[in-house]
Design a protein around this ligand. Structure first.
Ligand SMILES: *[C@@H]1O[C@H](CO)[C@@H](O)[C@H](O)[C@H]1NC(C)=O
Ligand SMILES: *[C@@H]1O[C@H](CO)[C@@H](O)[C@H](O)[C@H]1NC(C)=O
Ligand SMILES: *[C@@H]1O[C@H](CO)[C@@H](O)[C@H](O)[C@H]1NC(C)=O
Ligand SMILES: *[C@@H]1O[C@H](CO)[C@@H](O)[C@H](O)[C@H]1NC(C)=O
Ligand SMILES: *[C@@H]1O[C@H](CO)[C@@H](O)[C@H](O)[C@H]1NC(C)=O
Ligand SMILES: *[C@@H]1O[C@H](CO)[C@@H](O)[C@H](O)[C@H]1NC(C)=O
Length: 330
């Protein structure tokens, strides 16, 4: 009887046992207090178990996922985030009042695989010390107020799968090092809506990459190295730049290309009829270039109904393209 009573008394204690590591709790309270409106917006208190609010590792009980999204927290990125040393995911997303630079303290996150600071007002450069995050697989710094060049050292990240730097104010050129990325598993690069200039390094042509997006920059010269029928690229968007090369010379990725947008450049030559073999193509735009010759047909598109032709808006405003869906060739 007394044994049962003892169990009854103990059980709530067992259920309530705190998992949160004291170091993580201290870091989380520091993070909260570093925002001017943190105490007002964040309900975390010293008596809360941080593992009830954040994902902790099952065995070590260390916080592995720290995500703040859609919040008006105001201030800079707290250095104390670097004290959550076991993080695998850091996500600061849709925080319009998050300002200042990305602090060096985040290089303490040696286990982070998913690094996302997006849709904030973080400014300054894309720090080259991000290359110290050796475990990182995804970096998303899109929709911020970042300026300056892309650090070449990002190409040394051995596990990187995706890099999103779109919608910032980045300048300079795409680093030559990107053609020699050490990660064998790179899936995508997104650099759209910046102020990048210069040519795409030739070496990028050696990369097997799934998605390459650089629209709305001021890139120039040749982009033909992105193509090649042996590659398995699925998405290419180089629209709204100053690219100038002969499209007649390229071959398309027959088994993989789904989206191709090269609109608003100075691309010349003809559309190779080999494009008709790209059966997965769902979106095509070659408008506003200097192309000539007959638009290839008939399309053999797997995901389009029989007899489908692309809309004429995919082809308009070229030098002398002709044939359906544009007017007949003379
Ligand atoms: C950055 O701040 C400006 C002005 O306060 C705001 O309009 C904009 O939405 C913010 N940007 C983001 C991505 O939240
Ligand atoms: C973006 O950063 C610049 C400094 O690089 C600053 O002058 C500007 O106010 C920032 N914009 C916003 C919306 O915070
Ligand atoms: C774009 O780059 C060209 C050189 O390729 C330069 O003449 C032009 O001024 C640049 N435009 C902008 C808006 O930066
Ligand atoms: C593309 O091809 C490479 C090498 O053949 C392969 O490692 C990679 O997984 C492929 N990617 C996709 C998205 O199919
Ligand atoms: C192609 O791009 C032009 C110019 O940006 C745009 O007006 C048109 O709607 C696009 N067409 C398609 C089918 O994407
Ligand atoms: C494109 O098609 C629309 C109707 O679908 C037509 O009004 C327009 O004149 C065509 N433009 C060109 C350049 O063929």
């Amino acid at each position: 009887m007394s044994m049962l009573l003892l169990l009854l008394l103990l059980s709530p204690v067992i259920v309530m046992a705190e998992r949160c590591h004291p170091d993580d709790k201290a870091a989380i309270l520091k993070i909260k207090n570093s925002f001017s409106n943190g105490p007002q917006l964040l309900p975390w208190t010293a008596d809360i178990d941080c593992c009830s609010r954040f994902d902790c590792d099952e065995t070590t009980n260390r916080v592995i996922d720290f995500s703040l999204t859609n919040t008006d927290l105001a201030g800079t990125i707290p250095d104390a985030i670097g004290d959550l040393t076991y993080l695998k995911t850091l996500r600061l997303h849709k925080m319009p009042f998050l300002i200042g630079e990305i602090p060096r303290a985040i290089t303490k996150l040696k286990h982070v695989t998913f690094f996302d600071i997006s849709w904030t007002n973080v400014s300054g450069h894309v720090p080259s010390f991000l290359s110290e995050l050796k475990s990182v697989m995804f970096i998303d710094l899109s929709f911020n107020n970042l300026s300056g060049p892309i650090p070449p050292s990002l190409a040394t990240l051995p596990n990187m799968i995706g890099l999103e730097l779109g919608r910032n104010r980045l300048t300079g050129s795409i680093p030559e090092s990107f053609g020699h990325l050490t990660s064998p598993a790179l899936q995508g690069i997104g650099l759209s809506h910046n102020m990048l200039s210069g040519e795409i390094p030739k070496s990028i042509g050696n990369m097997i990459i799934y998605r390459f997006e650089v629209s709305r920059n001021n890139l120039s010269g040749d982009a033909s190295m992105l193509f090649g029928s042996w590659k398995n690229t699925s998405v290419i968007d180089i629209s709204r730049n100053n690219f100038e090369f002969d499209l007649s010379r390229v071959s398309f990725m027959v088994d993989s290309l789904v989206t191709l947008d090269i609109s608003h450049n100075k691309i010349y030559g003809e559309i190779p009829s080999q494009i008709l073999e790209v059966y997965m193509l769902q979106s095509l735009n070659v408008s506003y270039n200097r192309l000539c010759g007959k638009i290839p047909s008939p399309w053999k598109l797997k995901y389009r109904s029989e007899g489908f032709e692309f809309d004429n808006s995919s082809f308009v405003h070229n030098k002398c393209l002709c044939g359906s869906p544009l007017p007949q060739c003379k």
